[in-house]
Design a protein around this ligand. Structure first.
Ligand SMILES: NC(=O)c1ccc[n+]([C@@H]2O[C@H](COP(=O)([O-])OP(=O)(O)OC[C@H]3O[C@@H](n4cnc5c(N)ncnc54)[C@H](O)[C@@H]3O)[C@@H](O)[C@H]2O)c1
Length: 335
């Protein structure tokens, strides 16, 4: 049997879409892992396959609650913060909770972690922070942030706190601005562009697409997990106090391009395009920094993932979506 490495990682929000994939990656890399998650989507089953792993433990709780946090921090060497209300529509629906969890909760956590001896802290932020760009030039990490939603504003405010208070934070931190995720996960989200479009079209429904020429970068959940591993395993001097965009230059797509990939595979085209959607974001992102400094290369493309998802849908997986809608997307939370 392989020995676990001498590091115990706390993944806050580890039962979510990215988290449930990440935790498997971390366990496969021989780390001990503890997940702290409030299970806003009744999503404990996303970790069901890991429960018997002796290197894994799970605590249900809110990371803003100090007693849950103190319990979860027992023996922990590194913390990865994924927990948040994720996505523009969800934050718009619950603005008070979004501010309380994503911004105040994250900042309080960052302050409280000073009480522990930590190696690394990784904050999952988003390329949505670039929001709306008036240039076709892909945004690198120094580009101006232009958040266009409460969701992105909360992420930008946490980033600003970390940058402005670097001297009073006594552990090494790294901010990862991830591209929009795609790919299969034990907690599948069908409220994200690639999976939503693929499912609608694979089920033979008509798809309505707003602002088809707007750009955004995409990254597979496995690749996002690899980027987090890269940061954990990098020498501190390469990642401490640094911001990295996570994704790849070749995976900036317009919505139209994504639809074209899907319809080419399904050989059908029931798509209606309209102008004037509610999502003003339009940004291309540059991923040279993570590629150069951490030698990070994505392995999965939107095209591969669409094929995989179509096969799963056609094989009859996800037939319980309508009866368990909140598990499969960030529509409503259990308050
Ligand atoms: N999914 C994407 O496209 C994407 C893109 C860029 C960045 N991100 C970032 O990655 C992270 C994870 O995203 P995801 O898609 O996996 O989201 P998700 O909604 O699937 O998972 C978030 C998890 O956090 C938990 N959670 C929320 N508030 C909590 C609290 N107060 N205490 C404890 N647990 C709590 C939820 O129960 C859920 O299991 C987020 O920080 C998000 O901003 C996601």
């Amino acid at each position: 049997m392989n020995q676990t490495k001498n590091r115990k990682l706390l993944v806050i929000g580890g039962a979510g879409y990215i988290g449930s994939v990440l935790v498997s990656h971390l366990l496969n890399s021989y780390y001990s892992v503890v997940v702290l998650d409030k299970l806003f989507y009744n999503n404990k089953r996303s970790l069901a396959d890991l429960m018997s792993n002796r290197a894994f433990s799970f605590i249900q709780g809110d990371f803003s609650d100090n007693s849950s946090l103190d319990k979860a921090m027992d023996g922990v060497t590194d913390v990865i913060l994924l927990a948040a209300l994720v996505g523009d529509p969800l934050c718009k629906k619950y603005p008070d909770e979004a501010k309380k969890i994503n911004e105040d909760g994250s900042i309080n956590l960052i302050k409280r972690l000073n009480r522990y001896t930590l190696d690394k802290f990784i904050f999952l932020s988003t390329c949505s922070n670039y929001g709306l760009r008036d240039t076709d030039d892909p945004a690198d990490e120094k580009a101006e942030l232009n958040p266009k939603s409460l969701y992105a504003e909360t992420k930008v405010n946490v980033e600003r706190y970390m940058i402005n208070n670097i001297k009073s934070i006594n552990y090494s931190w790294t901010i990862l601005r991830s591209a929009t995720a795609f790919g299969l996960s034990p907690r599948m989200r069908f409220d994200l562009t690639v999976s939503e479009f693929t499912r609608e079209l694979a089920l033979g429904r008509e798809l309505l697409v707003y602002d088809e020429n707007t750009w955004r970068p995409y990254c597979h959940v496995d690749d996002i997990s690899d980027a987090i591993l890269k940061v954990l395993e990098a020498p501190g001097k390469l990642v401490s106090g640094e911001i990295f965009n996570v994704g790849s230059n070749g995976e900036n797509h317009t919505k139209r391009k994504i639809v074209d990939v899907i319809t080419a595979q399904l050989k059908q085209n029931k798509v209606k395009y309209e102008k004037g959607g509610r999502d003003p974001r339009n940004y291309k992102v540059n991923f040279d920094k993570i590629s150069k400094i951490l030698d990070f290369r994505t392995k999965r493309t939107v095209e591969d993932s669409v094929e995989e998802l179509i096969n799963e849908i056609k094989a009859g997986r996800f037939t319980d979506i309508e009866s368990d809608i909140n598990f499969y997307g960030n529509y409503s939370i259990n308050l």
